[in-house]
Design a protein around this ligand. Structure first.
Ligand SMILES: C[S@@+](CC[C@H](N)C(=O)[O-])C[C@H]1O[C@@H](n2cnc3c(N)ncnc32)[C@H](O)[C@@H]1O
Length: 214
């Protein structure tokens, strides 16, 4: 098996796009562009990079880069970073948060979403406090696709964030969009009663000492 966790997305790329037309590769880039932002985006999977480029043409720079490794951007380059449903694939989450901190300007914000740790624990069993690689199997047109991800407790994720210097401004356990009720009634019902995802809004304080003062 390919050791790189994003290889599943190389294999699934087009299938993922078709099934997730309202959440697939490049959607956040497109939405941010529509709101007037100047956007730079990256993904580790060359296939997902190509699909995003095809979606947004030359309106934004889209790079192939790996979350959890040094990013190809200068210090303080960004006002806001959006990292949707990818941090659980990064082998080194501490480095991922340290790099987000580095490339964000003081006063900037990181909005990051991931699978809810409680749900991962209930689905996979063992100790809630385990930090380990898990495997889901996604059923795609091309056949069953194993998708590996890091499962860990909430305190581990928050620890990487605060360890890098971020302040946690907001914690959101999102409910499904109303449009899901008709389109995906089973998922809608499930996500209305069980946590599916977790979103953190983190800020890089203008005054770094704010992170350690009581
Ligand atoms: C669940 S998809 C999320 C895509 C999009 N952000 C969305 O919300 O629909 C996860 C994405 O993370 C990418 N990925 C996986 N491991 C990565 C890594 N270490 N660095 C950067 N991207 C990675 C995959 O290629 C895939 O495009």
């Amino acid at each position: 098996m390919d050791e790189r966790l994003w290889s599943a997305y190389d294999a699934m790329g087009r299938d993922y796009q078709e099934r997730a037309a309202d959440s697939g590769p490049g959607l956040y880039t497109q939405e941010l562009l529509a709101r007037g932002a100047v956007v730079m985006a990256f993904d580790a999977s060359p296939v997902m990079v190509d699909l995003t480029r095809a979606r947004i043409a030359d309106q934004a720079q889209v790079d192939q880069a790996v979350l959890g490794q040094p990013l190809p951007y200068p210090d303080g380059a960004f006002d806001v970073i959006v990292c949707a449903l990818a941090i659980h694939y990064a082998d080194d989450r501490a480095v991922a948060f340290a790099e987000f901190w580095r490339v964000l300007r003081p006063g900037g914000a990181l909005v990051i979403s991931t699978q809810h740790p409680t749900t991962d624990w209930l689905r996979k069993g063992g100790s809630y406090f385990d930090v380990r690689l898990e495997t889901d199997v996604w059923h795609t047109e091309a056949g069953d696709q194993p998708v590996r991800f890091w499962r860990e407790p909430l305190s581990a994720l928050c620890g990487y964030a605060t360890g890098a210097g971020f302040l946690i401004e907001k914690v959101i356990e999102p409910l499904p969009a109303e449009t899901m009720r008709g389109l995906y009634p089973d998922d809608y019902q499930k996500l209305t009663t069980e946590p599916g995802f977790l979103i953190l809004r983190l800020v890089k304080p203008r005054d770094p000492m704010a992170a350690i003062r009581p």
